[in-house]
Design a protein around this ligand. Sequence first.
Ligand code: SAH
Length: 285
Amino acid sequence: MHPNNRYHSPHDFPALAKVVPALADYFLKAPDGHLTLNFAEPDAVRLLNKALLLRDYGLKHWDIPAGNLCPGVPGRLDYIHVLADLLDGKKGKEIKGLDVGTGASLIYPILGHKEFGWRFVGTDVDDTSLKVASAIAKFNPGLAKAISLRKQPDRTAIFNNVIHEGETFDFTICNPPFFESAAAAAAAAEKKWTKLGKAPSPTLNFGGQANELWAPGGEPDFLRRMIRESVAFGQQVGWFTTLVSKKGYLKIAEVEFGKAGITDYRVIGIGQGGKIRRVLAWRGK
Ligand code: SAH
């Protein structure tokens, strides 16, 4: 984890259940006797993140539909701290970021604004996600002023349509859609459940999640398109960044950088334990 991440110590679950009482329904005793959460239940994960956002960031309201991608707050916060490093720790509303694919959770704009006071434009292709994200912003004083949302009408576009003429951003941030089709996303979700030894929960809406997690050509093509499109916006954006889920995809990025003549780029490792991921960051010419 990033040294400045506030979630280095294990969560105090009883304290969090005081904020969101339903969390107690998912308490588990680990074999060594310590209290943990039943992380296999998507609802437990959702409620935990809700409790963290309410308690630690003073949110009044935060919720996402069952079946939507539920972000883990500590992991998402690591990426925000990587950005803060790239920006030399600059804080305040003069700093503006573009969150590509902000999701229903609005997680990066919330964390970036609450930790550093940055302003955001969040984009998404999915109407339901935008509706939920906009409700979260509206019901939390302060967020609505700092965050605006834009619909990306073309699933294959990244910056086109959503960065306006003459507009500038200090950075872009993105947790890209991984799968190449809605069916592949649904199959992966079902496989995860089978691995847990359960039938897919009837209450879980794979449709919502599957719709969120795909892009034509999956993450590799999304990455290629993002780098190609970034060329035209090189003067308008300080740092382009995106998460890269697999190490092998960095080769794809290098090829695209070569074609685009981009030489100023870096890879920053984030995460902990077995779940190491990378933030890829580059600057236009
Ligand atoms: N930022 C959130 C959601 C990431 S999931 C989080 O970290 O949890 C990826 C998101 O990208 C989904 O919400 C999906 O609808 C959106 N998306 C897919 N293609 C997109 C595109 N071309 N432009 C903007 N958003 C896109």
